[in-house]
Design a protein around this ligand. Structure first.
Ligand code: TNX
Length: 725
């Protein structure tokens, strides 16, 4: 009997523990108390005028609730400010007669409301909660680890409009992220109306077609883009503010400026560049530092930005500046001399200091990418974003800059989440577990250095998004969630957490919530085993697994349901994927699926080869090659197999995997069985094609039908040839 009671108590205790831990981001303290509160049709929200937007916000999710401005502690959700609590901190008390949320400020109350929503059934997120429902009695005390918890969206490479941004704000708010960094300008797009210079959006918001802004990253043959009017920005700022999110705009300077440099060519340096390799197109993307008129234009732009955005900080970029473009410029060289500067890259500091002064004139602080501060040549109160790596973040903190820690190998959500998935790879591979396990101490941030850390930020760069059907949210949701959940915890919760424990907490409670939020989040890929002729699949998040058996089609939830090990001698024909509700995994297959062969190959092209990345690397199947110039109509690439090649699949690619930039945008593809007569088998799509020949082939030929890629070379990848098994 006693044993039973002990068991029961410990079971209850464990339940309460798990329940608390499943709030994401995890709160500082949670204590279960006795009983429960019944939320029903008569429950009211009671609050004061200043918190009314939060009451309305909550009612948006639970429409049955009425809002009253008198305090009545029965059957009520009470929202109030308690100035003894810190900024954004809150407490929740749930007892049988009321739910009380107190916050140190507006943000604190808002954060408390987010935790309350997580104490309710997940249907709250789709505004479909059935009442009555009960909330277990408890007390929560909670406060953020960092005052700055941000997500960056790149709307320059792939355009996202007001509705898209609001949707992201909603999802971020559910995770207590309090800052949205909008990357508003880049080589490929200018996304914010500047009234004193309407050309910036009239011309710069669109690329491709007849625009002087060249097509790149998808959208090769039509005009593509969009921009925010200042009115729309005000609307977004207001929408975000209600949700405790501040929007920080970025105008990327003095590099990443090909866009504005093609609208106002006079901002470029004073020399004629060679443009043969880019078909006459000037690809320079850096502002001239020496032209005084440039700072007048910059003043116009930044003044409007400063007037429009209430944020204390304005981000002015400073990343990846190609200083070589300043070398042939007599004016920049003269400026260096007069200032006693010996290294050309330091001209960037001159430019950035001018921009920082302009911001200061309009009452704003500057925020920059880490390169801009690497020498310590800009004022120490500039906020520095350490994106290149932990080393750069540490360096910035050591110099005493207020630092946002966002090393790409953890916090770049355009990176892949495992090998062979969608996404870039240059900064590394990271999934939510890895993000969650980011450990400041282990990375070398002493207590002293932590004083310089203002917070963390995740980034979604969108070069790849445009070729992944942005009219559906599948790609962006897959890349962002659950990594944003992990980012939120690193930013909010006090300690580092083992990735596995985080994963378990996610699966238990947060997956259903994200489903109700309508997020197409990523499930971990199934794990396969093949032995004794039996192929089996398992996963770790309880989602059904589906499969296909034709060696070609990617499985979806419409495919066959996996119910147990499959007997087969041809494991390479099978592909598996998990799917549940709005969520899905990438598809996986046995290693034989991806096995490739390397028949003798000779590659030639009409575009010449670069001095470094030569065609011999393609012939050796070891690495990509680059051509000496970009493509024109009639240009060709010829892959010849002198001993013939037989395979079930030939994957031919220009550009880099998932990165349709240095590609041949439009081309016909031919194969030949005898090396002299060619038959058309298809066209390149986003730079690549999969060919499935039915006979031995001697050659494959790609012939451009015109239109270049907006760069000055084409990348040729070694073919990936799968054997017939
Ligand atoms: C580097 S991050 C960039 C971006 C790219 C990103 C792709 C940064 C400050 N510069 O322009 O979009 O890599 O991952």
């Amino acid at each position: 009997m006693i044993k039973n009671i002990v068991f029961l108590i410990s079971a209850l205790f464990t339940y309460a523990q798990i329940y608390a831990l499943d709030i994401i981001p995890e709160p500082t303290s949670y204590k279960a108390t006795n009983g429960s509160f019944e939320l029903n049709d008569n429950t009211t929200i009671r609050t004061s005028v200043e918190l009314m937007p939060i009451a309305e916000y909550l009612r948006g999710y639970i429409p049955q609730l009425e809002i009253k401005s008198t305090i009545m502690p029965t059957n009520a959700i009470l929202l109030s400010i308690d100035s003894s609590l810190k900024q954004e901190a809150y407490s929740i008390t749930v007892n049988s007669s009321f739910i009380q949320i107190k916050g140190g400020d507006y943000g604190g109350v808002f954060n408390g409301v987010q935790s309350l929503m997580q104490l309710l059934p997940a249907q709250v997120y789709s505004s479909t909660l059935r009442l009555p429902t009960s909330v277990e009695c408890c007390t929560i005390e909670d406060k953020p680890r960092f005052g700055y918890r941000a997500m960056m969206l790149d709307v320059a490479r792939t355009w996202m409009g007001v509705g898209d941004i609001k949707r992201h704000i909603d999802m971020l708010a559910h995770h207590k992220i309090n800052t949205l960094h909008l990357h508003l300008t880049d080589n490929e797009g200018w996304r914010i109306e500047i009234k004193s210079h309407p050309e910036l959006t009239q011309i710069g918001a669109y690329r491709g077609g007849a625009s002087p802004i060249r097509p790149v990253y998808g959208a090769w043959n039509h005009k593509y883009g969009g921009y925010f009017t200042q009115e729309q920005i005000k609307e977004l700022i207001e929408y975000a503010k209600v949700r405790n999110i501040e929007i920080i705009p970025e105008i990327d300077l003095p590099g990443h400026s090909c866009n504005i440099a093609n609208i106002y060519p006079q901002i470029k340096c004073n020399y004629t560049p060679r443009t043969w390799s880019s078909n006459g197109y000037d690809i320079r993307n850096v502002w001239c530092v020496a032209k005084e008129e440039n700072y007048a234009l910059l003043d116009d732009i930044l003044r409007e930005i400063c007037e429009l955005f209430p944020s204390e900080h304005i981000h002015i970029g400073g990343d990846e500046v190609d200083a070589k473009q300043w070398e042939p410029c007599p004016d920049c060289q003269a400026l260096m001399k007069s200032k006693g500067i010996t290294e050309t890259p330091r001209l960037a500091d001159v430019f950035m200091r001018r921009a920082i002064d302009i911001l200061a004139k309009y009452g704003k602080q500057a925020a920059v990418w880490n390169e801009a501060a690497e020498r310590g040549d800009i004022p120490l109160d500039t906020r520095v974003y350490g994106w290149e790596g932990v080393k750069e973040s540490l360096h910035s903190a050591k110099m005493g800059y207020p630092t946002v820690v966002m090393p790409g190998d953890y916090f770049y959500f355009d990176m892949r989440q495992s090998q062979n998935e969608v996404g870039h790879m240059w900064a590394g591979i990271s999934d939510a577990k890895k993000v969650r396990s980011f450990d400041f101490t282990a990375k070398g941030f002493s207590e002293e250095l932590m004083k310089s850390v203002v917070g963390v930020e995740g980034a979604f760069w969108s070069e790849l998004y445009i070729s992944n059907n942005p009219s559906s949210y599948d790609y962006i949701d897959y890349m962002l969630y659950p990594r944003v959940c992990a980012l939120a915890e690193v930013g909010w919760s006090g300690t580092t957490q083992d990735g596995q424990r985080f994963h378990d907490r996610l699966v238990a409670e947060h997956y259903p919530r994200m489903e109700q939020m309508g997020i197409g989040f990523r499930l971990s890929p199934p794990v396969l085993k093949y032995s004794g002729g039996m192929l089996s699949a398992t996963n770790n998040d309880g989602a059904p697994i589906y499969y296909t058996e034709d060696g070609i089609t990617t499985p979806t939830s419409e495919s066959k349901l996996y119910t147990g090990a499959i007997a087969t001698q041809k494991p390479h024909l099978y592909q598996f994927a998990s799917a549940k509700g709005t969520a899905k995994s990438k598809s996986v297959a046995h290693s034989s699926f991806a096995r490739t062969i390397r028949p003798k190959l000779t590659t030639t092209t009409s575009m010449g080869e670069s001095t470094k990345a030569k065609l011999e690397r393609v012939n050796a199947y070891s690495a990509f090659a680059n051509t000496a110039r970009t493509s024109r109509a009639g240009d060709w690439i010829l892959y010849e197999f002198p001993e013939g090649a037989v395979g079930r699949e030939f994957f031919i690619q220009t550009g880099h995997q998932h990165l349709p930039k240095t590609i041949i945008p439009n081309a016909e593809v031919f194969t030949s069985a005898d090396g002299s007569t060619f038959t058309k088998v298809g066209e390149l799509k986003n730079g690549s094609i999969t060919i499935r020949p039915t006979e031995r082939i001697q050659a494959i030929k790609i012939v451009s039908t015109g239109g270049d890629d907006g760069t000055n070379f084409v990348t040729i990848q070694p073919p990936k040839i799968k054997p017939i098994l």
